[in-house]
Design a protein around this ligand. Structure first.
Ligand code: C2E
Ligand code: CA
Ligand code: CA
Length: 746
């Protein structure tokens, strides 16, 4: 989880994509269902028309056969009449042969009830024993299919020489088969003649189905076919025609049609394959299925291809969106997504979110170049990653800021891990020529609610970091920090209206000259009197407003208040007193920032040398900047401002600054005077004052609270003192009163 470059968006197809695939699949499925429905309707229509066709054809064939048989019967009848009317036919055998050819019989014979057969060559037939012929002796016409498989037509001739005579016309089996063999049905149909008991009388072939017609139906389990067979039996008995469809033993669909022949109780039975007509259509239906199937497959392939392209593009975009181009690792967006995944399986109070800020990284960039800076950042990232365990995360959020999600829940556990990381980070000097110890500002926040938005956790870890008290010691987010954060938010919200309502007031703190004990000047210090929140001290809001441009607007406000006061004094004819104002380092971010100050000075007509600007050495980051800041100091002088260096002695390079910056005054920080009991401390302060004096720089001692301190400072010739020993910062009317009271020596 921690090391793999996973992009959660890629792992889960988006709902949108699933929806689209679902819709396309449903459309394809509907098309397929429609095809199947349409095809089955087509097939049903085809089956019906096949049934109609089969019935018509079989009826037609039955009519043909019936009329043929009847024509044979008629011819035989006429011929038998000719015999009965003309008994003197000379040569009967040749006459019969001649008539057989004319009438289309294979043979004709005169047969007597006593077994005489003319021509005698047919005597072996024993025609007189055939029941049909016997009935003709009784005067009836008959048609018989005899055991020798000949179709016999017989007609009564009369009684001669005490014998009953009948005329017999016969057709050989092959010729009869030829007659009943269907010419239609494309050679696929089969016909036979059956009687009303379903017994096959004349079969068109010797093939099995027609010899064993019952066998066709033997294995019929299908109830529909069974009932069709029952009604066929009834129909046959009642001399009714019928047609039905069934599945044969070989699973073929057959249409069975039986039509009355009008001869004996005979029926013409036709068996026609149901697919005879629909057969070709089936092929085309199959082809259309293939085509639609093919289209669906091609469409699927096309969509799949498109999806692949889309996904590869998406992957590339996500690669760009979720990768930190510098380290090649996951960026903040990816970290946040991965955190969501991790948090979904996280128990409360098991993980800690850590914010790391590399202290003074700007110096590295400026001293060693951006390329080296980048290399160090990469090294830091990899050092963090190599200390990351499963189910932990790390990312570079901003230039020199990192976030970690550690599987630790105790202060000691987190600190031990961060110490190991700091150690790994500081191995970078092994790979570079840079000998510099990197200090991390560390803030952490225990994840007590994994459902909490990561952005809130990040803000908490950052806030904890901002309240870090010791370097390399991680500061943990707690209730106090939360209160402070809330308070800060509240102050930010109140700022705008307070500035408009003039809730900010300027206090003045006197600076007393040590040479004559008189008031030598004052420092303007802002106070915030909120109508509901009461008095708010600068220590609470100045560092907060320094994070934005609010401080610049506030400084300008204070500056204008001071100008207005001085202008008033000028108008009242009072003697002007140098007043210093504090200028935040935030101004140095704005080009030409001195312009509005100068305009206000002009506007209120304040003479040169009265307004003093206090700068802190925190505005200077490196040697190059000294020159840059000095340019501003020069410009201040040109504009008629004095310039002092505030909080002198707190930073590390105060002494060097004295040499480079053309300030008029240094304000010795009150921490200088906290331990004036030791001779060493006294010597250090005395040396500073002497050095400043040698450089023609005035000295102001700040935060002086005791007379001892005053005495000491007088001894070492410090110029002025600002401190509670004389006065706290005062509201303007009180300051004016104080000034009046102390216009003489203090
Ligand atoms: P700073 O410029 O060093 O101002 C001196 C601070 O020391 C003032 O605190 C003052 O009240 C306090 N102080 C003076 N004498 C004594 C003393 O004998 N003992 C002690 N313990 N403290 C003494 P304050 O007014 O609370 O201001 C705090 C800081 O806020 C200032 O430090 C300054 O950096 C900033 N600040 C105040 N007003 C402004 C402003 O208008 N603009 C800007 N940018 N910063 C301001
Ligand atoms: Ca100051
Ligand atoms: Ca100060």
């Amino acid at each position: 989880m921690s090391r793999s470059k996973s992009y959660p968006l890629l792992q889960k197809p988006t709902k949108n994509w699933v929806l689209k695939t679902g819709v396309v699949s449903i459309v394809f499925f509907l098309v397929l269902v429609l095809m199947v429905w349409n095809t089955s309707a087509l097939r049903r229509a085809l089956v019906h028309s096949t049934e109609d066709y089969a019935r018509d054809m079989s009826y037609q064939l039955a009519s043909d056969i019936s009329s043929r048989f009847k024509s044979y019967q008629r011819s035989l009848h006429l011929l038998s009449n000719s015999f009965s009317q003309n008994s003197k036919i000379e040569d009967v055998p040749s006459y019969l042969q001649e008539q057989a050819e004319i009438l289309g019989f294979d043979a004709l014979a005169l047969v007597s009830s006593e077994g005489v057969t003319i021509p005698s060559e047919y005597a072996y037939w024993d025609f007189e024993k055939i029941p049909g012929v016997q009935s003709s002796f009784q005067g009836e016409h008959s048609v018989t299919y005899d055991e020798d498989q000949c179709l016999l037509f017989s007609a009564p001739v009369g009684t001669y020489n005490a014998q009953d005579w009948a005329l017999v016309g016969l057709h050989h089996k092959e010729n009869v088969q030829e007659v009943i063999r269907p010419k239609n049905f494309g050679g696929h149909g089969l016909t036979c003649i059956i009687d009303s008991r379903s017994t096959v009388v004349i079969s068109p072939t010797d093939s099995k189905p027609f010899l064993q017609l019952d066998g066709i139906f033997q294995s019929q389990t299908d109830s529909k076919t069974k009932s069709a067979l029952v009604s066929m039996k009834e129909n046959l008995e009642n001399q009714r025609a019928g047609t039905f469809q069934f599945t044969a033993v070989d699973n073929r669909q057959l249409i069975l049609s039986y039509q009355m022949l009008g001869v004996n109780d005979w029926f013409l039975l036709s068996l026609i394959p149901a697919d005879m007509i629909s057969g070709e259509a089936n092929t085309y239906i199959f082809y259309s299925f293939l085509i639609v199937g093919g289209i669906i497959c091609v469409s699927f392939l096309f969509l799949y291809g498109m999806a692949q392209i889309y996904r590869s593009n998406q992957r590339q975009l996500e690669q760009i969106a979720f990768t930190d181009p510098l380290t090649g690792g996951s960026n903040l967006a990816s970290f946040q997504l991965q955190y969501q995944d991790l948090a979904s399986q996280m128990d409360p109070n098991t993980h800690t979110l850590v914010y790391l800020n590399v202290k003074g990284f700007k110096l590295i960039n400026e001293n060693f170049g951006v390329q080296e800076g980048d290399n160090i950042l990469k090294h830091i990232y990899h050092a963090l990653m190599s200390n990351i365990r499963p189910y932990e995360l790390a990312t570079r959020a901003n230039t020199d800021q990192f976030f970690l999600c550690l599987r630790e829940h105790t202060l000691e556990g987190v600190q031990a891990r961060l110490d190991a990381m700091t150690k790994a980070i500081n191995t970078f000097s092994l790979y570079t020529n840079i000998h510099h110890y990197l200090t991390l500002q560390e803030g952490a926040c225990l994840i007590d609610d994994p459902e909490l938005n990561i952005v809130i956790l990040q803000a908490r870890a950052r806030a904890a970091c901002n309240h870090q008290t010791q370097p390399d010691i991680c500061s943990f987010y707690n209730g106090e920090i939360m209160q402070r954060m809330n308070r800060e938010q509240e102050l930010i919200a109140l700022f705008e209206t307070s500035l408009e309502n003039r809730d900010f007031q300027v206090y003045l703190q006197p600076k007393v000259r040590l040479c004559d004990g008189k008031l030598g000047g004052a420092e303007a210090l802002v106070r915030w009197f909120h109508p509901e929140r009461g008095m708010i001290y600068p220590s609470e809001f100045i560092p907060l407003f320094e994070k934005s441009d609010r401080i610049c607007r506030l400084d300008l406000y204070v500056f204008e208040e001071v100008c207005r006061l001085l202008h008033g004094w000028m108008e009242d004819g009072k003697q002007l007193l140098p007043i210093s104002v504090n200028l935040s380092r935030a101004h140095f971010r704005v080009p030409n920032f001195l312009q509005p100050f100068s305009s206000l000075k002009e506007k209120y007509g304040i003479p040169d040398g009265i307004l003093e600007i206090e700068l802190t050495e925190s505005i200077i980051f490196d040697d190059q900047q000294r020159g840059w800041v000095n340019n501003f100091i020069r410009e201040m002088h040109q504009l008629g401002f004095l310039c002092s260096l505030d909080d002198f002695g707190v930073g590390y390079s105060s002494l060097a600054l004295l040499k480079d910056l053309d300030v008029d005054t240094i304000k010795l920080d009150r921490r200088f005077f906290e331990d004036l009991d030791s001779v060493k401390a006294q010597n250090v302060v005395a040396s500073f004052v002497e050095l400043a004096d040698n450089l023609a720089i005035h000295t102001v001692a700040e935060g002086i609270e005791s007379q001892d301190q005053v005495d000491f400072l007088r001894r070492i010739h410090c110029d002025m003192i600002q401190g509670y020993v004389f006065s706290t910062p005062l509201p303007i009317p009180e300051f004016e009163a104080w000034a009046l009271l102390h216009s003489q020596e203090v």
